[in-house]
Design a protein around this ligand. Structure first.
Ligand code: GLA
Length: 383
């Protein structure tokens, strides 16, 4: 991945539009350290924003229209009329993020002004690192800057999530948008997705985060994702609760015989994952590597066996990392699942060992080509 900057994207804007932009904003992608498929169940997550971003350089335009260029998609261009009812675009799916954000900003009462936008990113899309959420947060920053409005970070996250839910078609939770908006340098955030309360959890100074893209293209993500969400909601309803957050693990275990096996396993993943996420935040804060390694391993096993969202190549990758780390590296799949990335957390010296092991073994074992990304926990778009 090439690393872009505000200066570089401003230059690209100028090359394209022949004038300098009036501003340039960026919003980061994220890696979730633990707490998977818990956000839409009112549970806990522990993500960090990373040093890869979506950038938008922008300048005002007289018409009440956005003219938007997507650098990463062969400089495709889209026009969005600000006052029109937004319709879904079948031909250029990336366009729906813009239409969705415009619609949701308007719904929330924000003024919008016309502009030229040049979008470029150094986050691989479809990797499970939330390029979508980072696009939404960057758009909200750019559009509110153009119209001179200010938006509070959590509200920005909710608007981005609504755009995705109502316009793009993924019934995602709030994690990705919230961490892209509110991330902190050198820290993960423990987010309580029930009340959106946030605790900053510093990453120990000598530890690093390694992301390995499995090279497995994420398939059927939205349909599988939405199905998992429905399954969890059904169990919550069984207990007369609005979300699984209102159900305790003891209650669930006591009801095992009354639930079908699949629903039971789905809910067990979520409720045990909440406990592991809280334990992981404490372990990270205390520099307790052994504690973190243990809960990350349990989290992966739970995603594999109870939630069924891993793939054989992802499982092999996690195993390579766990073996190479020899008890000194936490490793698990991260993100929605069905391919995408694995995350490892370890002291810097161990990270080097992990990289050597992945290079030597992963492609040979699985036929998939890995991409290694050393990530730095970074500030959010509105931090
Ligand atoms: C995707 C969604 C998030 C979250 C994760 C799984 O990234 O966008 O809201 O549900 O999957 O933890």
């Amino acid at each position: 991945m090439t690393t872009l900057s505000n200066a570089r994207v401003s230059e690209l804007f100028e090359q394209y539009f022949d004038v300098a932009p009036s501003g340039c904003v960026k919003a980061p992608g994220r890696v979730n350290l633990i707490g998977e498929h818990t956000d839409y169940n009112g549970g806990f997550v522990l993500p960090a924003a990373i040093n890869y971003h979506t950038y938008i350089a922008f300048a005002p335009r007289a018409e009440r229209q956005l003219r938007v260029v997507a650098h990463n998609i062969n400089q495709q261009i889209a026009f969005v009329d600000l006052d029109a009812q937004q319709a879904h675009d079948q031909d250029a799916p990336w366009n729906n993020y813009i239409r969705g954000v415009v619609q949701e900003l308007r719904k929330a009462g924000f003024q919008l002004a016309g502009g030229d936008l040049y979008i470029a990113g150094d986050l691989q899309s479809g990797a499970g690192l939330s390029s979508s959420a980072s696009l939404e947060m960057a758009l909200i920053r750019a559009l509110t800057s153009l119209s001179g409005e200010s938006v509070e970070p959590t509200q920005a996250a909710l608007i981005g999530q609504a755009a995705e839910n109502h316009f793009v078609g993924c019934n995602c939770g709030i994690m990705d948008q919230l961490i892209s908006a509110r991330g902190q340098a050198n820290a993960a955030l423990l987010i309580d997705c029930q009340d959106l309360g946030v605790r900053t959890v510093p990453v120990p100074a000598d530890w690093e985060i390694l992301i390995v893209h499995s090279g497995v293209k994420r398939g059927l993500v939205d349909s599988e994702y939405n199905q998992r969400r429905l399954q969890c909601e059904q169990v919550a309803r069984f207990f007369n609760q609005s979300s699984l957050r209102g159900v305790s693990l003891d209650q669930l275990l006591a009801a095992e015989q009354q639930l079908d096996e699949l629903s039971f396993r789905r809910a067990r993943h979520v409720l045990t994952e909440n406990q592991r996420t809280l334990a992981a935040a404490d372990a990270l804060a205390a520099g307790d590597l052994t504690g973190l390694v243990k809960v990350m391993a349990e989290s992966h096993a739970s995603m594999r066996d109870d939630f069924n969202i891993t793939t054989p190549a992802i499982d092999a990758l996690v195993e390579i990392l766990q073996k190479a780390g020899d008890g000194k590296a936490g490793a698990r799949m991260t993100g929605g699942g069905f391919g995408g990335c694995v995350v490892a957390v370890a002291p810097a010296a161990v990270i080097a060992q992990l990289m050597v092991a992945v290079e030597a073994q992963y492609q040979q074992q699985t036929g998939c080509v890995p991409t290694l990304i050393r990530a730095i926990a970074s500030p959010g778009a509105f931090s």
